[in-house]
Write a protein that binds this ligand. Structure first.
Ligand code: UGA
Length: 458
């Protein structure tokens, strides 16, 4: 089937590449001359695991093209996927300006019937409005089918998720659209849920919001676990073994970020507000998440006293591993606050080489970030941070403080490391580990206080 995908962000590009990989003839169109030039010359405007391989493969078989000529891209295909950005407006609502601009172009340049598939995350009711606008703007004999086909791709795993989805959701109102969509996804042996368009749009928001609630729920339990001396990882494991609850999205830490969960929870809250319908669970999830990243600051203040002139090494800047995306990353609020309180920040992330907060030093590896620092703070669970050379680290630290915002180490592992190198290890929702420094258990709890006094006296 000949398909045009409009928008080459991570959703559009992955969708286009994977559809081409599945045997369709795909045109990827974008108004960004820079992005298209990069793609045409064999590069990638975003980093996404496995994407280059499938684009190169599709290109070798002449199944994918990249263009800025929107009119031609619209005219040439019978099926048009819209995957443009729908960022948050200041009031939490989704900004649909890019979507409407494309819809108007489709109405004006189309010379044959089209099926328009909305992949972008849009407020409930948008597909119906798109159909009404197309009908209103276009000349009579042309027929437009509008379909809602939300995406459930995780950044960093997007290619895998596209090719191995748990389900495919298709909201459409005619048998003709259903037939077209069945052909597009004919090689997928997963449940395909056909439903009305509004329900399809709602499934997307309800799913992302539920994931956000799950994360905030475990983070709320983490706070309490810390106070009662429980280990939230054990709590999550025990909960997750109950099949009704399931183990995923129960990893406690400094909270969720990225372009999706924060944006979609805000959009759902804005929808509730508009319709005067309270969504207290979603409100709580958002509030808990906002406060979660500040836990790190509290832990740092508690152990270092004032952050003024303290050297803090930040490991990990992206909102999660396997991506260079820093949109709504918890690192932003943690670093902003540290800087506000006078801290000196040296940071390292394997993929982030450009960071909006310019008053920090971006280092070329973990060990250079750690040099003479007062605390190491782990904000993203990159695999390589699990294999740090503690001997080397212990020689570089000015103070032996490790704050793990993602619980990447087991307590057992850190007990041995802290004991060996005399480190203090804080994590989220788990007991703190103190290297003994040759003292007995009773004295351990006072070590931080002593440390604080010593630091203040420096
Ligand atoms: C999310 C959804 O998982 C996708 O299904 C959806 O398609 C996508 O949004 C979207 O709407 O486009 P994504 O934002 O790429 O995907 O990332 P996730 O893997 O969901 O992680 C989101 C955030 O939650 C990250 O900051 C991650 O560190 C955090 N997280 C995740 C936790 O803190 N704990 C967990 O247990 C899981």
């Amino acid at each position: 089937m000949k398909i045009t995908v409009i928008g080459t962000g991570y959703v559009g590009l992955v969708t286009g590449a994977c559809l081409a990989h599945m045997g369709h003839d795909v045109i990827c169109a974008d108004i960004s001359v820079e992005k298209i030039a990069t793609l045409q010359s064999g590069g990638l405007p975003i980093w996404e695991h496995g994407l280059k391989g499938i684009i190169d493969g599709a290109r070798n078989e002449n199944r994918i093209q990249f263009t800025t000529d929107m009119a031609q891209a619209i005219q040439e295909s019978e099926v048009l996927f819209i995957a443009v950005g729908t960022p948050s407006l200041p009031d939490g609502n989704a900004d649909l300006s890019q979507l409407w601009s494309i819809v108007v172009q489709i109405a004006t340049v189309s010379q044959s019937d089209k099926t328009i598939v909305i992949k972008s995350t849009v407020p409930v009711g948008t597909s119906d409005e798109v159909e009404a606008v197309l009908r209103h703007l276009s000349s009579d004999p042309l027929h437009f089918e509008v379909v809602s086909n939300p995406e459930f791709l995780r950044q960093g795993n997007a290619v895998y998720d596209f090719l191995h989805p748990d389900r495919i959701v298709i909201g459409c109102s005619s048998s003709r659209a259903r037939k077209t969509m069945s052909l597009i996804y004919k090689d997928f042996s997963v449940p395909i849920q056909f439903c009305d368009r509004r329900s399809a749009e709602m499934i997307k928001y309800a799913s992302n919001t539920f994931l956000a609630m799950k994360i905030s729920y475990i983070n709320m339990i983490a706070g309490l676990s810390e106070k009662v001396g429980a280990n939230v990882d054990e709590v999550a494991r025990g909960m997750g073994l109950d099949r009704r609850i399931g183990p995923s999205f129960l990893q406690a830490g400094i909270g969720y970020g990225g372009s999706c969960l924060p944006k979609d929870t805000s959009a759902l809250l804005a929808l509730g507000k508009r319709l005067d319908h309270e969504l207290p669970l979603v409100e709580a999830a958002v509030k808990i998440n906002k406060e979660q990243s500040q836990l790190i600051i509290k832990k740092l203040r508690h152990s270092l006293g004032s952050l003024n002139q303290k050297r803090i090494a930040i490991l990990g800047l992206s909102f999660k591993p396997m991506t260079d995306d820093i949109r709504e990353a918890p690192s932003l609020s943690v670093i902003r606050q540290c800087l506000k309180e006078g801290a000196i920040i040296r940071a390292y992330d394997p993929l982030v080489h450009d960071y909006p907060l310019k008053d920090i030093t971006l280092c070329h590896d973990e060990y250079s970030a750690i040099q003479f620092c007062d605390a190491i703070v782990i904000l993203t669970e990159w695999e390589q941070f699990r294999h740090l050379d503690w001997e080397r680290i212990s020689q570089k630290l000015r103070l032996p403080l490790i704050v793990d915002g993602r619980n990447i180490f087991s307590l057992k592992q850190m007990e041995a490391i802290c004991e060996k190198y005399g480190l203090i290890y804080f994590s989220v929702g788990r007991p703190t580990i103190f290297g003994t420094f040759g003292c007995d258990a009773k004295e351990k709890t006072s070590i931080l206080e002593e440390l604080k006094a010593a630091i203040n006296g420096l």
